[in-house]
Design a protein around this ligand. Structure first.
Ligand code: SF4
Length: 471
């Protein structure tokens, strides 16, 4: 199968593994194994990238720590989606200067989407001199080489040149969980929604080879993973750079055919590319979870055009209708932005009415945050902050009511849930997920963790269900 996007040659990956060996040999001379801490901000793709960073650090002889205290290497894997998250990163990275004064050999690295923004790299260069290594997402596979450069020369390294990116296979991974796993199927984005920084920092869409994705899923199932999420900025673009018939529904169908008792999820789906073929495959595949995250962003067609989303309000509603015809009890979640530049109160009312019409199970709600370098950041934005906040509160209240109503409808039903952990907080107990990924609290023995079990739903709140084992 020929492809139109680049793949990192195997010999280049081998060279990186050679750097890992070299650093491991150096680290082995230390009296105690050095510690590394990886802190992750943002989306699931960043979580998956951090698992690769931890995998490479382990190969380099570091032990993974769950705290920055005493860490010899600190890696901050950042998110650039919202200004608030960026400010938090700057605050937290600034605070690391004290630890570095106490421990001058410590290496501080900053990577992820923020690192690829030119104004961030400049600020780090000038004002955060305790940061030793800065690299963007496209350079992640070269982490061993970059860290070695800092380690041996103790100089600062910035690897933030813009790049379309390539597919890098064969990197070590250290997964955070034993039940749930992320599998990236593609990287980058070509959509250039006018408010979004991702296409500028994560490069162009490029798909992993289907056989490699499928063998990774197969291996995860054999290791006992029960809940596998396929990741991509827009999974519905999967395969466009691959020659042949491979597209996302075809990949999903082949993943579903892998033997074993597990659930398949995926995110994110751009509505313009979510096809009836995808909905048909979701409906007939046994292991594909009955849930879809389908970000609508605005319920007004003019605003959608200004966002460069390339679908209309009506088009979105038609897709939801087509999906529910095939999977009536689909759990539908979405993202929405309030206060996009130029959005009027009347246009915001269209967002509210779309929420009422669709009745999402849950929403991820955001007030518009301008991102430097995106077209939307240049648009006039006359609506005062207080008005945006008031609209936001109204929207959250509407969705909270709908979420509660939808949760009440579960009461009395028995759901086949994956028991996935213990609850935090004084009451303890177990947590589980319905096939549609709704959180369930229940009591039971920790030995049940990792099993699918029938759970009778007995109560609910806006955010979660509660229940008891039904056997
Ligand atoms: S599809 Fe749009 S919102 Fe999603 S990553 Fe791409 S540009 Fe950003």
């Amino acid at each position: 199968m020929k492809r139109t996007t680049p793949v990192v040659p195997a010999e280049d990956i081998r060279r990186q593994m050679g750097y890992c060996d070299e650093l491991r040999a150096l680290n082995a001379r230390r009296p105690v194994p050095p510690l590394a801490w990886v802190d992750t901000y943002g989306c699931q793709q960043n979580e998956a990238d951090s698992e690769l960073l931890r995998g490479m650090l382990c190969e380099m002889g570091y032990q993974i720590s769950d705290t920055e205290q005493g860490a010899d290497v600190i890696v901050i894997n950042t998110c650039a989606i919202r200004e608030h998250a960026e400010q938090r990163v700057f605050g937290n990275v600034g605070a690391l200067v004290h630890g570095k004064r106490r421990h001058p050999d410590q290496i501080v690295c900053l990577c992820g989407c923020m690192a690829q923004e030119p104004h961030v790299a400049d600020r780090l260069r000038q004002s955060y001199r305790h940061v030793d290594l800065v690299f963007g997402p496209q350079a992640l596979w070269r982490f061993p080489e970059l860290l070695r450069r800092v380690y041996l020369r103790r100089g600062r390294v910035f690897e933030t040149e813009p790049s379309d990116g390539a597919i890098a296979e064969g990197l070590p991974v250290r997964r955070s969980g034993k039940l749930k796993a992320w599998v990236s199927i593609m990287y980058g984005c070509n959509n250039f929604c006018s408010y979004c920084i991702v296409p500028y920092v994560r490069g162009r869409e490029r798909s992993r080879e289907p056989e490699i994705v499928l063998s990774e899923i197969r291996a995860l199932v054999e290791q006992g993973y029960k809940d596998i999420t396929l990741l991509g900025q827009n999974v519905n673009s999967y395969g466009k750079d691959l020659e042949g018939e491979m597209d996302f529904p075809a990949l999903l169908e082949r993943a579903d055919a892998i033997p074993g008792d597990f659930l398949l999820r995926f995110m994110t789906s751009h509505p313009k590319d979510a096809t009836e073929k995808l909905f048909d495959v979701m409906a007939r595949c046994q292991k594909v979870a009955p849930c879809l995250h389908l970000p609508f962003q605005s319920g007004n067609t003019r605003v959608l055009a200004a966002m460069n989303r390339r679908y209309t309000r009506e088009g979105y509603l038609e897709k939801v209708h087509a999906l529910r015809q095939r999977i009536p009890d689909i759990v539908l979640t979405s993202d929405v932005i309030v206060g996009f530049p130029g959005e009027t109160t009347q246009e915001f009312e269209d967002t509210l009415s779309l929420i009422e019409a669709v009745r999402f199970d849950a929403l991820f709600t955001f007030i518009y945050s301008p991102r430097k370098g995106t077209p939307a950041a240049e648009l006039p934005d006359p609506m005062p902050k207080q008005e945006k906040s008031a609209n936001f509160e109204r929207m959250v209240a509407v969705q909270d009511r709908i979420s509660l109503e939808k949760h009440r409808a579960y009461i009395g039903s028995v759901q086949r849930c994956l028991i996935d952990g213990t609850a935090q907080g004084p009451d303890g107990g177990l947590t589980a997920r319905t096939p549609g990924n709704r959180l369930v609290h229940l009591s039971g023995a920790p030995a049940l963790i990792g099993q699918f079990a029938p759970v009778r739903i007995t109560g609910c709140s806006t955010w979660a269900l509660s229940g008891e084992l039904a056997r």
